[in-house]
Unconditional design. Sequence first.
Length: 165
Amino acid sequence: MLKPSIEGAINDQVNQEFEAAYLYLSMSAHFEAVGLPGFANWMRLQSQEELAHGMKLFDYVHARGGRARLQEIKAPPHQFGKPIEVARLVLQHEQNVTILIGKLYETAANERDFVTAAQLQWFLTEQVEEEKTATDLVHRLEIAGDNANALLIIDKELGGRTGAE
């Protein structure tokens, strides 16, 4: 059985994951609108990953006898800047999520809920991958600069990403 403090903290994280999914889906719509379908594909898949993360936590709460309580999700922006600006925003967002998961892990450890701490280890490991992917994209876009050809090459590569990755 989950302690109320753990249940509440996990529910807050579920909200964060769903909010990230919504943000990334809005970024996908932005890229579709500006003619960068590869970036749109990448952001759509990022959105799906965040939704899956939220559902993993949602299911965990119920598996431990708790109750998932959905919260309001704030509307994301509809307009974004250049791809490099969006990539930096994604990186910043992922770094923030890493901090939040770390705090959730700390709460579980302080409450001596080692089962939840073990469950959260997966999320901590996942965040390393998320931050690396975003960092790599930022670096590639910094190298590309204002070169439209380089941007289109990156767009094509991002368009080749599938949900299995």
